[in-house]
Design a binder for this molecule. Structure first.
Ligand SMILES: CC(C)(COP(=O)(O)OP(=O)(O)OC[C@H]1O[C@@H](n2cnc3c(N)ncnc32)[C@H](O)[C@@H]1OP(=O)(O)O)[C@@H](O)C(=O)NCCC(=O)NCCS
Length: 163
C-alpha cells in the first residue's frame, strides 16, 4: 500500500469514482445475481451532484490513479457511510481499511454513531466491518429486494459507571 494517499474527492474525480465503483461492485452483483445494484446504476451526474456537497467524499490515489473511494452523509447524530469501493486489482492491500478510518475521522466530533450496510450474504465484507468495530443491528431489503445487513459503530465512549 506504499505510495497510496487518501484525501477529499472533488467534482473532477466523478468519472474515475464511478469507474472504480462499477468495477468494484460487479462481484457483489454476481453474488446476488442482480446487475441493477444501486452502486451500478448510479449515473455520472448523480456522482457529480454528491461531490458538490455536503456529503463527505474521500478518495485513495496511487500516483495519478484513483484506486478507491468512500462517502459519508451526516444526518442528525448519525453519519451514513457508503459506496466504499476499491479497484479490483487493489483489493486486499489495506486501502479499504485506510479509507474507512479516514472517513470515520472526518465524522468524529460531528456525530454519535456511524451506520452502513452491506449484503447480508457478503461474508468478506461482514468480516471486514466487524474487524473495524461495526456490529449488525438489523436487516432490510435494498430497493431490488436484496437482503442487506445494517451495521453501526458508536463514536460515543461508554459512560463510566461507579463513583
Ligand atoms: C470490501 C472492500 C471495500 C474492502 O477493501 P480492501 O482494500 O479490499 O480491504 P482491506 O485490504 O483493507 O482489508 C482486507 C479485508 O477486507 C475484506 N474483503 C472484502 N472483500 C475483499 C476482497 N475482494 N479482497 C480482499 N479482501 C476483501 C476481508 O475481510 C479482508 O480480510 P481477510 O484478508 O482477513 O479476508 C473492497 O474489497 C471492495 O471494494 N469490495 C467490492 C465493493 C464492496 O463490496 N464494497 C463494500 C460494500 S458495503
Amino acid at each position: 500500500m506504499s505510495g497510496v494517499s487518501v484525501g477529499p474527492g472533488g467534482v473532477a474525480d466523478a468519472g474515475e469514482i464511478l469507474t472504480v465503483q462499477r468495477a468494484a461492485y460487479v462481484a457483489e452483483a454476481q453474488r446476488y445475481a442482480d446487475p441493477l445494484l444501486p452502486p451500478l446504476t448510479e449515473t455520472l451526474d448523480e456522482v457529480r451532484a454528491v461531490l458538490a456537497g455536503p456529503t463527505i467524499v474521500l478518495v485513495a490515489r496511487a500516483g495519478h490513479r484513483l484506486v478507491g473511494s468512500v462517502r459519508a452523509r451526516v444526518a442528525g447524530d448519525t453519519a451514513h457511510v457508503g459506496r466504499l469501493a476499491i479497484a479490483p486489482d487493489q483489493q486486499g492491500r489495506g486501502i479499504g481499511s485506510r479509507l474507512l478510518a479516514a472517513v470515520e475521522s472526518a465524522c468524529t466530533g460531528r456525530v454519535a454513531r456511524l451506520e452502513l450496510f452491506t449484503g447480508a450474504e457478503s461474508a468478506d465484507n461482514l468480516r471486514f466491518y466487524a474487524r473495524h468495530g461495526y456490529r449488525i443491528v438489523g436487516h432490510r431489503p435494498d430497493p431490488n429486494g436484496v437482503r442487506l445487513a445494517v451495521l453501526e459503530k458508536s463514536l460515543v465512549s461508554p459512560a463510566r459507571s461507579g463513583p
